[in-house]
Design a protein around this ligand. Structure first.
Ligand code: KG4
Ligand code: ZN
Length: 346
């Protein structure tokens, strides 16, 4: 039987530590965010040009207590108000995940309330429920982050069919690598987006990769190599580089492929709703291209606010709620699973 402490409402304390954000949130009934605290380590990792796993784990340990306390405080809640603990247990960096999982297990044990392990991608997808109260499955969701590029049919809450994925680099990873090549630093996505606004997106015809044996699969490593070759070619010829044109043309190539695949899939699977999620979903060129493509086809388009696109715990709380009411419970042997597959239960 589901026990509720808040007059028929379910309050979930959610924890996310899969990469370089230590985050905690209190979410009511899956859709209302009572607090959403994010402690980002970006400044630390910037020094190294990317996330250093060992540093990430250590920072999570230092921060997690404070972040959880702040989440409760901001929600004007105490541990007594919480009905269940939801935590990301994969995929991600194993040492980073372990900090959140161990913390969540100890809270759940100490408070005597259920523990729910959440797949990080299920969290990203569920971020869409928070600001789109009317959104319900089935819908198509394009998850584009630093670690993943997945085209997913969300058949129901907790039921996912992956119809396309990247064969090599994730879209966000390509943004980060190209940003490094043109000297913008980490994280590359927002920097490429800003620079692209000053450039001509038709200036350089970078390739739009098609994967022969997987209609909806993606490949971004060829595009990344094409950008690097273009840069090297210019340098060898002594030609000056226009970084803004490179950024704009690269971004356009990524956006064209993402939008193209999503629209083909929406048509084939007769989806009337399409959502986006993950860090790259905060990119305004991508958002407006999706918006237009969906409008042209009479498809309803959904996206989270930028703060709910990049890693956060509110999305884990939203996913946690639907898993909670579906009866998902984990026990004390819950472990971090760095390569957890979407839909897999461990
Ligand atoms: O979802 P997220 O915070 O973490 C993962 O689960 O990977 O995504 C981070 C990724 C990074 O690769 C970052 O460069 C990219 O999202 N990103 C963006 C933008 N903001 C973040 N990419 C393009 N445009 C943006 N505005
Ligand atoms: Zn993420």
């Amino acid at each position: 039987m589901i026990r509720m402490k808040n007059k028929g409402e379910i309050w979930i304390l959610a924890i996310e530590s899969s990469c370089d954000e230590t985050a905690a949130a209190v979410v009511k009934d899956g859709r209302e965010v009572l607090s959403n605290i994010i402690s980002s380590q970006i400044e630390l990792h910037k020094l190294y040009g990317g996330v250093v796993p060992e540093i990430a784990s250590r920072k999570h340990i230092e921060k997690i207590n404070q972040v959880v306390e702040e989440a409760l405080h901001a929600a004007e809640a105490s541990f007594d108000d919480i009905d269940a603990i939801a935590v990301t247990y994969g995929p991600g960096l194993v040492g980073a995940l372990l900090v959140g999982v161990a913390f969540a297990k100890s809270l759940s044990f100490g408070l005597g309330i259920p523990l729910i392990g959440i797949h990080h991608i299920e969290g990203h997808i569920s971020a869409n429920y928070i600001e789109n109260k009317e959104l319900e499955p089935p819908f198509l969701c394009l998850v584009v982050s630093g670690g993943h590029t997945h085209l997913v049919c969300v058949q129901d809450y907790g039921r996912y069919e992956i119809i396309g994925r990247t064969r090599d680099d994730a879209a966000g990873e390509a943004f980060d690598k190209v940003a490094r090549a043109i000297g913008l630093g980490y994280p590359g996505g927002p920097k490429i987006e800003a620079l692209a606004k000053e450039g001509n997106m038709e200036a350089i015809p970078f390739p739009r990769a098609k994967v022969n044996d997987g209609q909806y699969d993606f490949s971004f490593s060829g595009l990344k190599s094409a950008v690097l070759n273009y840069i090297n070619g210019c340098k060898m010829k002594g030609e000056s580089l226009c970084e803004a044109d490179i950024a704009a043309s690269f971004q356009k190539a990524v956006v064209d492929v993402l939008v193209g695949h999503a629209m083909e899939a929406a048509e084939e699977f007769k989806m009337k709703k399409c959502a986006i999620a993950g860090g790259v979903a905060s990119n305004s060129a991508f958002r407006s291209a999706m918006q237009k493509a969906c409008e042209d086809r009479g498809i309803a388009f959904y996206h989270p606010s930028p703060i709910l696109c990049t890693d956060n715990a509110a999305m884990i709380g939203a996913a946690g709620y639907y898993e909670f009411i579906a009866g998902t419970r984990h026990s004390w042997d819950l472990n971090a699973v760095p390569n957890l597959k979407l839909g897999e239960r461990i």
